[in-house]
Ligand binder design. Structure first.
Ligand code: SAM
Length: 242
């Protein structure tokens, strides 16, 4: 899978994505991550990529031409117009479901805005998916792009080990994951729940399922509406109560 990140700060993106699991997958060639420096496509001799907003107001706006040319350089290499995400607080909020769906693409382009944003005309030309990572405003799209590349990459076969990818994770079936423990069994007098030491996989599975439901009810009750619960579970955990 190939990721092309159009940015004014390529070193920020690459340093964040070249470590740990994602970095290793890139080293193995399972992922190809490239930061495309928008400034390399400016026609201005000072490599200026922003200007004042028409109509006045605070801050600067990223210009259309260098972004469009950076995008075209990627499209030309791919031989087609790739799916292109614009990181923006105005888009639908990124979810695990979106990550799964985007992971089916062979190549994705991410456009990172900065300052007050990007000239609307180039967004109209190249963006297929405006996406936000949450209802708050950041200084730039680089961190959101890194968040999305990380979450999408985990869905790409071979990025996680077989063991890791087989595990139940938060948001599967609209539930949060159960609590996790590791050695020692007694830490500062706090014991690991007995059931996890029992070796009884049936009971462990049941306990984990119960914890997932209770946790979701406590921290993210909004998810429960779409959760796959049996009638008995709904009754036992009082899920119909709100
Ligand atoms: N003026 C814009 C607005 O009010 O919608 C916000 C611009 S923000 C300061 C600069 C850039 O950061 C945006 O163009 C976008 O790329 C990125 N950004 C900020 N918050 C974001 C969020 N929650 N999700 C995704 N990208 C975000």
């Amino acid at each position: 899978m190939r990721f092309y990140i159009l940015t004014l700060f390529p070193e920020m993106v690459m340093s964040g994505l070249c470590t740990s699991i994602i970095g290793k997958a890139a080293e193995k060639g399972i992922l190809d991550i490239e930061a495309v420096n928008i400034r390399d496509f400016t026609k201005d001799r000072h490599q200026k990529a922003d200007d004042y907003p028409y109509g006045g107001g605070a801050g600067m706006v990223m210009q259309a031409q260098p972004i469009y040319d950076a995008y075209q350089s990627v499209a030309a290499r791919l031989g087609r117009r790739p799916r292109t995400v614009y990181l923006t607080p105005q888009g639908p909020v990124f979810t695990q479901r979106m990550a799964k769906e985007l992971a089916r693409e062979e190549a994705l382009v991410f456009l990172c805005g900065h300052y007050e944003g990007v000239d609307e005309r180039v967004l109209e030309e190249i963006v297929t998916d405006p996406v936000s990572i949450g209802d708050y405003v950041l200084t730039g799209g680089e961190l959101p792009a890194m968040v999305m590349v990380d979450a999408i990459s985990r869905m790409v076969p071979g990025v996680l080990t077989n063991e890791e990818s087989g595990a139940f994770e938060s948001f599967e079936g609209n539930l949060l994951e159960y609590p996790q423990y590791t050695r020692p069994a007694d830490w500062n007098g706090k014991m690991v729940p007995d059931v996890l030491l029992s070796g009884d996989h049936g009971r462990i599975g049941q306990w984990r399922r119960e914890q997932s439901i209770l946790r979701t009810k406590r921290y993210r009750p909004d998810l429960l509406e779409g959760a796959e619960l049996t009638i008995k579970e709904k009754a036992v955990y009082g899920v119909n109560d709100w």
